[in-house]
Design a protein around this ligand. Structure first.
Ligand SMILES: Nc1ncnc2c1ncn2[C@@H]1O[C@H](COP(=O)(O)OP(=O)(O)OP(=O)(O)O)[C@@H](O)[C@H]1O
Ligand SMILES: [Mg+2]
Length: 297
């Protein structure tokens, strides 16, 4: 089967799944993270969101890389409100959702996780019921985090239904990715981690890294990773960053765009393989777990 046919098959497979196996009442909450910083999480999140949106899904990006307004910059947009306005009860969910390109919506995490921690019980209830509306409005929520291993990022990892772990072929990035897998697997042996290798020089190199991580995790942690795929090094990525326009839009025919499209296809094809929708309770479940984690429950 050639590439194009394979891609089409993946999309058709997805479209043909019975309605109830799609995320009917709960969005798919996916945290994008990494062990080491600067491996390409934000670029992947933005372009994956656009690809998924082009495939017909309703997608929102939640930026919780607190302090660094990364996604806004990549999208060349500024946001008026953040999730903090929602938490304080000043604004509704419809006010805080910003319009990104290609129907992708964007929700800024604001400046600090501390504010989330300080929520009083009555605020918390209101916040959860507000944010739970996202389950009705979206099929997929992509959460872009800062680089791994801090307590805050771990909370977002452990609260999500699925995790996309990004690494590059650099030994330091691989070691940090492995450290993160180790930490996550100790906390929950059934957490789903899908690995993406970014900035590889060749398909061979990317697959070697995927296999190596899969093997060491299986062997030393008895933890089975999922291989989501790869994105090769491509000059149009930094170029698009400078232009503040996602490469999937500026260079739709580029190698990087095709590979993001493949990753999106893999993500959709895997819906139902390893993804336990009964256990996943969408955005509501996510924030309940998140606050549970913060309050030490
Ligand atoms: N496939 C790629 N090819 C070439 N350059 C890339 C690729 N992916 C990302 N980059 C470059 O790597 C840099 C870091 O990317 P990005 O900001 O997406 O990483 P990050 O993991 O979100 O970083 P941080 O940990 O700081 O949030 C950017 O300058 C980007 O242009
Ligand atoms: Mg980032």
């Amino acid at each position: 089967m050639n590439d194009q046919a394979e891609k089409l098959r993946k999309i058709v497979d997805y479209v043909n799944v019975p309605e109830q196996t799609k995320t009917a009442n709960a969005a798919r909450v996916i945290t994008v993270t990494s062990g080491k910083g600067g491996v390409g999480k934000t670029n992947l999140t933005v372009n994956l969101a656009i690809a998924l949106s082009k495939m017909g899904l309703r997608v929102v990006i939640l930026d919780v890389d607190f302090g660094l307004a990364n996604i806004d910059v990549l999208l060349g947009m500024s946001t008026k409100y953040t999730i903090l306005d929602l938490i304080r009860g000043d604004r509704s969910i419809f006010d805080v959702l910003a319009d990104g390109p290609d129907n992708v919506k964007f929700l800024s995490g604001g400046s600090g996780v501390e504010e989330l921690l300080q929520l009083r019980t009555n605020q918390l209830g209101r916040f959860i019921s507000n944010i739970s509306l996202l389950d009705k409005l979206f099929d997929v929520i992509l959460i872009d985090t800062g680089a791994g291993l801090s307590a805050n990022v771990m909370s977002f990892i452990m609260a999500a239904d699925e995790v996309i772990l990004v690494t590059t072929p650099e030994p330091t990035a691989i070691t940090d990715a492995y450290a993160l897998i180790k930490l996550v697997s100790r906390k929950d042996r059934h957490r789903i981690i899908k690995v993406v290798v970014n900035k590889a020089d060749s398909v061979q190199e990317a697959n070697d890294v995927l296999s190596k991580l899969y093997m060491v995790s299986d062997r030393f942690l008895s933890f089975k990773l999922q291989k989501l795929g790869y994105l090769l090094y491509d000059d149009i990525v930094p170029k698009s960053v400078k232009q503040q326009r996602p490469f999937c839009l500026s260079y739709p025919k580029s190698q990087a765009s095709k590979q993001v499209w493949d990753l999106a296809g893999n993500l959709l094809a895997e819906n139902g393989r390893g993804y336990n929708e009964d256990a996943a309770k969408g955005v509501k479940g996510f924030f309940n777990r998140l606050f549970g984690a913060f309050s030490g429950n």
